[in-house]
Design a protein around this ligand. Structure first.
Ligand code: DAH
Length: 347
């Protein structure tokens, strides 16, 4: 019994010196293991006289109970300490500046084109496509520009094979393709936004690859005022109600009469500035009434059908809308430059 009393007081204080979980585990082996002090004393119960057995047993249980309580509470103390240490080390500093996750944004040229498409779709037009690798026949001949015609020189063309296959120098061949599809029978309302190619040297206002938006309407009794009304709607939607549209006489082989389409300068509202070269007007499209030869070659009888056509320079429009002074901006892959326009849209 004396041994047990000693063991009890030992157990009371022995945990005070334990410094870490390893020492705690060693202690457990030392007292509760197979040859541990408590296990050992417990095995002596058989040597105790019967009248003492009960008291002895209770005392041993008291020591065991005390040991286990002390052990568990010490263990918890160490675990809490480790957990807190870990939490402290892994603490997230919410005051640190966040890394900017860059997300994509629509290309501004595409956005302007989509805006124009929306307006035309609302007026019953189809948005159609045509090949970028085109035949001379569609790019020139059926647009009333025969071989050897000087007008071909103005569109310095990339030929791919001989003088028949080329990279289209304009989207106008899609007019011909649409009319051939209509087989001289159905009215046509289409626009075709698409890439075009010319052997131009790249500079602030020229690019060897650029975007046009072609338009064609073929119905009955169509006049220049229908064209004017349509373009008025488009440019007012794109640049605001106070924008004015004017026609100047021009010349294209596939339209007669032909016009150059100007709008009041968006930058100075017609007062005159560097963008419009002090004229107050900026040219944004070529257009006209479809030439009878073109209708005829594509299977539409010019005594029955008439139409108008136009071709916008898409970059020119986007440059005006976003105040860009260099066409190369669109074809530049420097995201920092393009991001400037994302932010403008976020505002
Ligand atoms: N294709 C012409 C060009 O590239 C632009 C153009 C002018 C298109 C008049 C037309 C048009 O449809 O009627 O310069």
């Amino acid at each position: 019994m004396k041994d047990i009393e000693m063991l009890l007081s030992e157990v009371k204080s022995v945990f005070d010196k334990v410094k870490d979980i390893n020492e705690l585990n060693e202690l457990k082996v030392l007292y509760m293991g197979k040859k541990g002090k408590i296990t050992e004393i417990n095995s002596h119960i058989k040597d105790v006289s019967n009248d003492m057995k009960k008291e002895f047993g209770m005392k041993v249980n008291e020591v065991k109970k005390l040991f286990n309580e002390k052990y568990e509470s010490k263990k918890k103390e160490f675990e809490d300490y480790l957990l807190n240490k870990q939490l402290e080390e892994e603490r997230i500093d919410i005051s640190l500046p966040a890394t900017r996750v860059s997300i994509g944004a629509p290309n501004i040229l595409e956005k302007v084109i989509e805006e124009i498409e929306e307006v035309f779709l609302s007026m019953g037009y189809d948005v159609v496509d045509g090949p970028e690798i085109e035949e001379d026949k569609y790019n020139f001949e059926m647009l009333n520009i025969p071989k050897g015609h000087p007008a071909r020189d103005a569109q310095d063309t990339f030929y791919i094979e001989g003088d028949e296959i080329l990279l289209r120098s304009q989207t106008s061949p899609v007019q011909v393709r649409s009319m051939l599809k209509g087989e001289g029978k159905t009215p046509i309302r289409m626009i075709c936004p698409g890439k075009t190619y010319r052997r131009d040297d790249d500079d602030a206002s020229h690019s060897h690859q650029f975007m046009q938006i072609e338009g064609l309407l073929v119905e009955k009794d169509i006049s220049l005022s229908d064209l004017k009304g349509t373009l008025d709607v488009i440019f007012k939607r794109l640049f605001g109600e106070d924008v004015e549209v004017r026609f100047r006489p021009s010349y294209y082989q596939f339209t007669e009469p032909s016009v150059e389409v100007d709008i009041t300068c968006v930058n100075c509202h017609g007062k005159g500035c560097a963008v419009c070269k002090r004229t107050g007007w900026v040219t944004v499209a070529g257009a006209g009434i479809v030439h009878p030869n073109v209708l005829r070659m594509s299977g539409y009888d010019p005594s029955v059908w008439s139409g108008f056509a136009f071709g916008f320079g898409a970059e020119r429009l986007a440059m005006m809308k976003y105040d860009i002074d260099d066409i190369r901006t669109f074809y530049n892959t420097d995201l920092r430059e393009l991001r400037v326009f994302d932010r403008e849209d976020e505002e």
